[in-house]
Design a protein around this ligand. Structure first.
Ligand SMILES: C[S@@+](CC[C@H](N)C(=O)[O-])C[C@H]1O[C@@H](n2cnc3c(N)ncnc32)[C@H](O)[C@@H]1O
Length: 272
């Protein structure tokens, strides 16, 4: 049994819940998951957070809906969102369920937190736990941030975005952000730095900012995830890269002057 403190303080949990509820892209992500549920009577959401997926899956007609999270504050939100879900305070590498309990396991935006903040061998253990609790032919649906690689792109920033970039450069702790500024006002920077910057602006000034400044939104490439699935004896049946960075850039007044847009999330389905 782990004695690790939850990643989210009460205030950070509240700020993240507000973000999850306000984020217009969440409904699209939930729909992608619902479209892939197939025949599902028992559903487990790992790192269920504020319970948005639990609520949607229950409304979709799944009878046995279960969520786990390490944070009691996040579980309290999930309880409000989906009162009849079965909820447990647990860590993902030690699931309190017997073998072969679920038709579908969901891991939405939790794998990168386990990878970045957990023990060095925790993520492979989590994949093995998922395999253990899935029924034969049961499916894992995972959704997370995708590493866009180190290629550099050229952007033009609105004056507000330029100020926000300076703030981000000072505050970001995970790595050093670097860019080159040209006399015409455009900037060259890596796709990774741009992705981390633009997907964290929402957190500036909130109770979750400190945590956001310690993690990257470029954690995984497809090969790394496929190796974890293989090691856990799960077979990849679908890989979808989605949510174009160009949409986020538009939201914050950033123009991509050189270089093509890229998808910043992946969704996968893998079968036991
Ligand atoms: C970014 S939130 C995503 C929440 C939800 N899945 C969603 O997509 O809206 C990640 C959640 O995973 C939980 N979490 C992080 N590490 C965990 C672990 N090792 N075991 C269980 N829960 C964890 C956090 O408390 C948080 O609620």
């Amino acid at each position: 049994m782990s004695t690790q403190e939850p990643l989210y303080s009460k205030d950070a949990a509240e700020a993240l819940t507000q973000r999850e509820r306000a984020n217009q892209r969440v409904q699209g992500r939930i729909q992608l998951v619902l479209d892939r549920l197939g025949k599902c009577e028992s559903f487990l959401d790992i790192g269920c957070g504020s319970g948005q997926y639990l609520r949607a899956v229950a409304a979709h007609g799944v009878t046995h809906v279960v969520g786990i999270d390490e944070s009691p504050d996040r579980l309290a939100e999930a309880r409000r969102a989906c009162p009849h879900a079965e909820l447990h305070k647990a860590r993902a590498d030690s699931l309190p369920f017997s073998d072969q309990s679920f038709d579908v396991v969901l891991a939405a935006q939790v794998l990168h937190e386990i990878y970045l903040f957990g023990q060095p061998d925790e993520l492979p253990r989590v994949f093995r736990e998922i395999q253990r609790v899935l029924k034969p032919k049961g499916r894992l649906i995972a959704l997370d941030h995708l590493d866009p690689g180190a290629e550099r792109v050229r952007v033009r920033l609105s004056s507000q975005a330029r100020w926000q970039l300076d703030y981000f450069v000072q505050r970001y702790k995970f790595s050093t952000v670097s860019f080159q500024e040209h006399p015409d006002g455009t900037l060259w920077l890596s796709r990774r730095d741009l992705q981390d910057f633009v997907t964290k602006i929402w957190s500036f000034g909130t109770a979750v900012e400190d945590l956001e400044m310690r993690e990257t939104h470029c954690p995984f490439g497809r090969e790394q995830i496929e190796a974890l699935l293989r090691e856990a004896r799960l077979t990849l049946t679908e890989w979808l890269a989605f949510e174009e960075i160009s949409e986020d850039l538009k939201d914050y007044g950033i123009e991509l002057v050189e270089g093509a847009s890229w998808p910043r999330k992946f969704l996968l389905v893998a079968q036991r």
